[in-house]
Design a protein around this ligand. Structure first.
Ligand SMILES: Nc1ncnc2c1ncn2[C@@H]1O[C@H](COP(=O)(O)OP(=O)(O)OP(=O)(O)O)[C@@H](O)[C@H]1O
Length: 232
């Protein structure tokens, strides 16, 4: 399998602080990858670099062999940590907006998922609870037929029962040759859907491995390993 993401000596410095230091990382196509690390370890910074919202201070990041830009944005479906959608819009209007903006957006897929979660498409975002807003945004992002999905804390505000449905929906709706990169602190909730994990700490990659290696060779869950590695 070819790499959808390649980082070579990737460094990002904010003013004087290095958020990422000389990262070398390859992420293959067709994998669901957990980007895991303590607060302030550099997860969001890496996701923003992937999406071209930040530029590297040095080193390079390639998406499908290309520097982030207009071409790569067509291939990447991004769920940011904080919403960028206008609160006053109705869900059906946002669906139209996504449909006009992204050629790969599948309206019927979005409507079906919204229906399953009992979300009325005539409701305005501003009238919704935090968790319901998160569900709407995740559904919109997963309704694109993208090569790479970058989900920054996708299920933090969602109740545990809906989390399971959402995670199953994620698995069912992505192409097997596309990649999902998920940053989250809710490791035990998502670890069953992950193929690989990347542990990041203080802007450096601490560990990259297959989840099966953690389970079968080390006899641990990802959550247990994370707690051991990052014990305060
Ligand atoms: N705009 C900014 N200006 C200055 N420093 C920043 C900025 N954004 C992030 N940082 C710093 O860069 C480091 C990495 O931050 P980042 O948001 O990437 O971490 P994170 O792993 O996503 O954290 P969390 O799990 O808390 O969301 C932190 O020390 C943070 O304070």
């Amino acid at each position: 399998m070819s790499n959808i993401i390649e980082c070579h000596g990737l460094t990002k410095v904010y003013e004087y602080k290095a958020a990422l230091s000389e990262i070398d990382l390859n992420i293959e196509r067709g994998r669901i990858v957990g980007l895991l690390g303590p607060n302030g370890s550099g997860k969001t910074t890496l996701i923003k670099l992937i999406n071209g919202l930040l530029s590297p201070t040095s080193g390079e990041i390639l998406i499908d062999g290309k520097a982030p830009g207009i071409e790569t944005k067509k291939m990447v479906s991004y769920l940011p940590e904080r919403t960028y959608l206008n609160d006053w819009m109705r869900v059906c209007e946002i669906i139209d907006f996504f449909g006009d903006f992204y050629k790969d957006f599948d309206r019927s897929r979005a409507k079906e998922m919204l229906h399953h979660l009992d979300i009325d498409t005539h409701d305005k975002l501003k009238t919704m609870s935090k968790g319901t807003k998160e569900k709407v945004q995740l559904i919109l992002v997963m309704s694109r037929d993208a090569d790479l999905y970058c989900l920054d804390e996708p299920i933090g505000g969602v109740d545990p029962a809906a989390r399971d449905y959402i995670l199953q929906t994620i698995i069912q709706n992505y192409r097997t040759d596309s990649t999902i990169l998920i940053s989250t602190h809710l490791i035990s909730d998502i670890e069953n859907i992950l193929d690989d994990v990347v542990f990041i700490q203080n802007g450096k990659i601490r560990l990259t491995t297959e989840v099966d290696d953690i389970r079968f060779k080390q006899g641990k869950s990802v959550d247990t390993l994370f707690r051991e590695v990052f014990k305060c």
